[in-house]
Design a protein around this ligand. Structure first.
Ligand code: HEM
Length: 134
């Protein structure tokens, strides 16, 4: 069960980034990532985010399947990290819409409860972002 959900977290995380990093509204935000290097800036290959993605995957494993951060892991200071990107409200809503569309694509009878939990988490972060970023 957990292995299956960990695999799903991996696939959904990467799938979302394929879309979000090329999106006409929020794609430019991901080009601010320090490690970002791409010969094709408007349609970057997913490998351009290869150091960033394991961190995002870890975040969702902590949120969704109870994985713990170790002493060596940096904490997730989400509000401050996103504050420095200076997104507007529309960009937060766009992020949420694209994320839910990715969840739609993966949802089926075998994972409905897990995807429902994921949507609930996304909605909680949306509220937190809208409250603390603006
Ligand atoms: C609303 C729910 C959101 C969640 C749950 C979320 C989650 C995360 C996480 C876990 C990280 C990694 C933080 C770290 O390395 O410590 C991150 C970084 C990042 N997020 Fe988000 N995010 C959200 C919204 C957004 C939005 C709205 C944008 C832009 C439109 C965005 C763009 C980015 C970028 C560019 C980074 C990389 C920052 C850097 O490493 O320099 N995120 N996000």
């Amino acid at each position: 069960m957990t292995d299956k959900n960990a695999q799903l977290i991996h696939e959904i995380t990467y799938s979302f980034y394929e879309v979000a990093t090329k999106d006409f509204l929020i794609g430019y935000q991901f080009r601010k990532i320090q490690e970002f290097k791409s010969s094709d800036p408007l349609s970057p290959p997913i490998e351009a985010f290869k150091n960033h993605l394991p961190r995002i995957e870890k975040f969702w494993r902590v949120q969704l399947i109870g994985e713990r951060l170790t002493k060596e892991d940096q904490r997730f200071d989400l509000i401050n990290i996103h504050k420095s990107l200076n997104p507007n409200k529309g960009e937060v809503l766009r992020w949420v819409k694209l994320f839910n569309e990715t969840l739609d694509q993966y949802e089926d009878d075998s994972n409905r409860d897990f995807i429902k939990l994921w949507r609930k988490k996304v909605s909680e972060f949306e509220k937190r972002f809208l409250t603390f970023l603006f």
